[in-house]
Design a protein around this ligand. Structure first.
Ligand code: SAH
Length: 346
């Protein structure tokens, strides 16, 4: 890995993995263990400058600060939900663009919903972020920066990460893989693989690669139970038909022995019919999975409605009676436009 050759001056140090940083240090005549020390300061103590890294040799700090910045995203707005205790952060990137991350307290855990892109290219008809189109990918440093930034704000440790914010994570594959692997690296953010989840619209080739490149968990946004229905709400289906996506998930579960979480946004009259109950049960029998039913979250101008509570319960009961593992996931942060599908920035 000769990544250090590519590192231009004043790159963000969070872009580099430990091995790359060790290589870089050695090439500059610094000690290899400097990299481990720097990692501890960055990821465990979460400092924002080389000056604070007091056990790193002065000369090493000088060399490092000539070449790198210690990236951190500036949190420019905080919106607190009075309903459920969640907080939406607006975070500013170096080019002035902004992304959103949402911190959600739940029983015994604290989850951060992290963005992978500014905007999104996937065009799902039920999602607010789609209206922005894709502006740009986030870098590894910017993805990690959201987590480190939010952690600095919170006394309680962030225990879980879901890559379910703005963007399609597998459409920014390399940066996302590096970021989630850094989150779970015992030398970096030390999170459990089981507590980091990447959610995708279903980019079939990337789903297959995913199982080889990381041990974190995978969620598929299914949202329809047949090809025509999915095509209507998720244009990506034109490129990757439902069968192909499900085949990729099956391969993933065989390879990793992990289950896939199937997310199903429930839209009244669109995908909550008795036929959908049956078809979803059939799909969920093809590979090990659990199902999250997500009642639709509206936003101004949104084209769908949340189903009646009874329809949500009927769907849940149908699946639970057939011994599928199924949960209803009421989104947090509805009152601050921080819920699933409501994230968008100017
Ligand atoms: N692009 C990725 C991650 C972002 S969306 C993906 O699609 O999986 C995260 C989740 O929110 C997805 O499961 C998506 O289907 C869901 N979602 C999008 N819009 C929503 C809305 N308006 N109401 C409820 N859930 C929504």
């Amino acid at each position: 890995m000769l990544l250090w050759l590519w590192v231009c001056p004043m790159d963000d140090i969070l872009e580099l993995g430990l091995i790359d940083l060790e290589t870089w240090c050695l090439a500059r005549g610094l000690k290899k263990f400097t990299a481990t020390q720097v990692f501890q300061w960055l990821y465990q103590k979460k400092v924002t400058s080389f000056a604070e890294m007091t056990n790193v040799a002065k000369q090493a700090r000088a060399v490092l600060s000539e070449h790198f910045i210690v990236g951190h995203l500036e949190i420019t707005e905080r919106y607190h939900s009075t309903q459920d205790g969640s907080t939406k952060f607006l975070m500013k990137l170096v080019d002035g663009r902004t992304v959103e991350s949402v911190l959600m307290p739940q029983k015994g855990r604290l989850t951060l919903c992290v963005s992978s892109q500014v905007g999104c290219a996937m065009g799902c008809t039920f999602c607010k972020t789609a209206e922005m189109k894709l502006v740009r990918n986030l870098t590894t440093a910017e993805i990690l920066g959201q987590l480190i930034g939010a952690q600095r704000e919170s006394e309680q440790r962030i225990s879980n990460v879901v890559m379910m914010g703005m963007g399609e994570p597998l459409h920014n594959y390399e940066a996302v893989i590096q970021a989630v692997n850094r989150m779970t690296d015992p030398k970096a953010l030390q999170m459990s693989n089981r507590k980091v989840t990447v959610s995708t619209v279903g980019l079939a080739p990337e789903i297959e690669r995913f199982g080889l490149d990381t041990r974190v968990k995978l969620a598929l946004s299914l949202n329809a139970t047949h090809e025509a229905g999915r095509l209507e709400v998720m244009p990506v289906t034109r490129k990757y038909p439902l069968d192909e996506v499900l085949a990729a998930c099956k391969k993933y579960t065989t390879l990793t022995k992990h289950r896939v979480t199937l997310e199903y946004v429930m839209m009244a009259g669109v995908n909550d019919t008795p036929e959908d109950h049956k078809r979803l049960a059939r799909i969920a029998s093809v590979f090990p999975c659990k199902i999250n039913l997500i009642p639709y979250n509206p936003f101004p101008g949104s084209p769908y409605q949340r189903p009646a509570e009874s329809s949500i319960m009927d769907f849940h009961k149908y699946l639970a009676d057939r011994h599928f593992q199924v949960n209803i996931r009421y989104s947090k942060g509805l009152d601050i436009m921080g819920a699933c599908g409501q994230l968008a920035t100017r």
